[in-house]
Design a protein around this ligand. Structure first.
Ligand code: ATP
Ligand code: MG
Length: 409
């Protein structure tokens, strides 16, 4: 794609509110443009989620230029204001960053009036392309060519940039996994060399980048090329990794793919590893459930499958079989289980869920069929089991009749 066409493409995507903000900044004499993810995504033919603006204007100058728009000042310490127009727009003052002494954050940031300074602090060439309707594409580091060649390249010396902020290593893995931007040789070498520094990052930031990366369409290729990064996040996977290139075959759910990664390590290892990175309870529980189900020998007959489905939704069961098949490629039982599940679905022969049982405790109590207390639960368990096994139909009269029959000696 030539540059002219690319500019037209971004221009088509740009919402009116953002256009007006940048134009007003320029009319007031401040250099301003869109930069980062929005330019990258628009050039890749995707619709940007948020349109971030960088500008020479200081926060107080931005504020006084837009008395008509509500403003949020959450990022003010870093020079970021959010203007609420047709959507929120983050406007960040051009910055340079001081020295990095902790490997994750600059010791101080200084405002700058220079667009060149601001662009050179950015992590990758593809994230350092700026654009505005007034200025067109500003591409100081060859980011456009890298996007076209699907190359991930640091702005400046990779070792230096990754040692400044180790999060950039995980962002790099994510851009590879999501966009298939393959790190060029020096960038890749530095990612490997500095993987050990990831432990300086907070658990939350690691968890967030991992979740985004593992869900990427090209996660298989990216993780297979950087197993050392995965091991830096989850050391307990050492020696127990599945074939990482198969990640992309699974649905893009991060919980499902995490369950696959821990297939050989096991669900307890998964749970404690996720807890160490402070994943949400919801995420961990779901990944553990899928991992456990995938590690269970798949059912081979109809009743076995119905029992399996009493504990797991059909969607989760299918996910579990797919995870197992990716971990144990070609396993015949799992192939058959997938086919059997499809058949049960097609024939509408799935067991009801426990709460869909056509009889409840009150019905048993009012007929004197069970005494108040644990007996009720046990009776319902028995009835549910009978329905799942196909011994009783899930109708109230049928269940009562079945229960009476069972009670007779
Ligand atoms: P997305 O929003 O799609 O996740 P993004 O690239 O926009 O990707 P943001 O976190 O929104 O990511 O950051 C916006 C821009 O700020 C980036 O494109 C990049 O130019 C710069 N940036 C973000 N994080 C870093 C970092 N750790 N080091 C250097 N530059 C960064
Ligand atoms: Mg962004």
């Amino acid at each position: 794609m030539d540059l002219r066409k690319a500019e037209k493409r971004i221009d088509r995507e740009l919402p009116a509110g953002g256009r007006e903000i940048v134009s007003r900044l320029e009319r007031a004499g401040f250099c301003a443009f869109f930069v980062g993810g929005c330019v990258r995504d628009a050039l890749l033919g995707l619709s940007p989620a948020d349109w971030d603006i960088a500008s020479a204007a200081r926060p107080e100058e931005v504020r006084s230029l837009f008395p008509d728009l509500p403003v949020l000042s959450t990022g003010l310490r870093h020079g970021t204001l959010t203007l609420l127009s047709d959507r929120p727009y983050e406007i960040t003052t051009f910055r340079t960053e001081g020295a990095y002494s902790d490997g994750r954050r600059p010791d101080r940031v200084a405002f700058s009036r220079s667009p060149e300074e601001d662009l050179s602090r950015r992590d990758f060439t593809v994230n350092a392309i700026a654009w505005s309707p007034e200025r067109g594409i500003v591409d100081l580091f060859g980011g456009f060519a890298d996007l076209e060649g699907r190359v991930l390249r640091c702005v400046g010396d990779p070792e230096k940039r990754f040692s400044e902020d180790h999060l950039r290593i995980l962002r790099g893995l994510r851009f590879y996994a999501v966009y298939r931007l393959a790190p060029e040789a020096a960038t890749a070498a530095a990612m490997h060399a500095l993987a050990g520094g990831l432990d300086r990052l907070s658990a939350e930031r690691k968890a967030k980048e991992f979740s985004l990366a593992v869900a990427g369409r090209f996660a298989g290729e990216a993780f297979a090329a950087f197993p050392d990064l995965l091991l830096a996040l989850f050391p307990s996977l050492a020696g127990r990794l599945p074939d990482l290139s198969l990640l992309s075959r699974l649905s893009p759910s991060p919980e499902e793919r995490t369950a696959f990664l821990f297939f050989f390590a096991g669900e307890e290892e998964l749970f404690s590893s996720l807890a160490a990175l402070r994943f949400s309870r919801r995420f961990s529980e779901r990944a553990r459930l899928l991992c456990r189900a995938a590690r269970t020998a798949p059912p081979t007959d109809r009743v076995g499958m119905r029992r399996f489905l009493a504990a797991l939704s059909p969607g989760d069961a299918e996910a579990a079989f797919r995870i197992r098949l990716a971990a144990l490629p070609g396993e015949r039982e799992t192939d058959r289980a997938l086919a059997l599940l499809a058949r049960l679905r097609a024939e509408n022969d799935l067991p009801p869920r426990r709460e869909e049982l056509a009889l409840d405790g009150t019905a048993l109590l009012s007929r004197g069929l069970a005494r108040e207390g644990p007996e009720v639960g046990r009776a319902l368990d028995l009835l549910y089991r009978a329905v799942v096994d196909g011994e009783a139909e899930n109708r109230k009269d049928a269940l009562l009749a079945y229960f009476e029959r069972r009670r007779e000696p």
